[in-house]
Write a protein of this length. Structure first.
Length: 153
């Protein structure tokens, strides 16, 4: 679970790696918060290449997670290569070099209550036309102040 301090109406960036472990490309149809998300709203979702840092050799999520949304270029060097998640083609990947980042903005909709959500729901279509739904990533909490007591749902 990730807790990000925020204020009502302030958009925060969340990001997670997405990897197609199949043998054919898939197309993302939609990304949304689950139906039981409370006091939280998702604005838009993007697919962004994972950043390979030539100095360290590390592969980093492109998103500046926990920072204001949208990410600034200096926090996400591959942000300018983004494409809307809906309609994005995800090719088969065999590791971080070929994976992509799902970047999305979320906000708390209530000043009086903490925002909580399980991971986003991703609906995608396989090459044969079959649709699948996956919920991957981490649970999120948006609160004025993050504390250990906010961990439980």
């Amino acid at each position: 679970m990730q807790c990000t301090p925020d204020q009502q109406g302030q958009w925060e960036t969340m990001a997670d790696a997405v990897e197609n472990s199949g043998s054919s490309p898939v197309v993302i149809l939609s990304v949304r918060l689950p139906a039981d998300a409370r006091n939280m709203r998702l604005i838009s979702a993007w697919i962004v290449p994972i950043y390979h840092d030539p100095k360290t050799g590390n592969y980093d999520l492109a998103g500046g997670e926990g920072f204001p949304y949208p990410p600034r270029e200096q926090l996400s060097p591959t942000w300018d290569q983004r494409q809307p998640a809906a309609g994005a083609v995800i090719r088969p990947a065999r590791g971080p070099k070929e994976a992509v980042t799902l970047v999305f903005g979320v906000t708390r909709t209530s000043a009086a209550h903490v925002g909580r959500s399980d991971p986003p729901v991703i609906v995608y279509e396989a090459a044969d036309g079959t649709t699948f739904t996956v919920q991957q990533g981490f649970s999120m909490v948006l609160a004025g102040t993050c504390s250990p007591g906010l961990v439980g749902f």
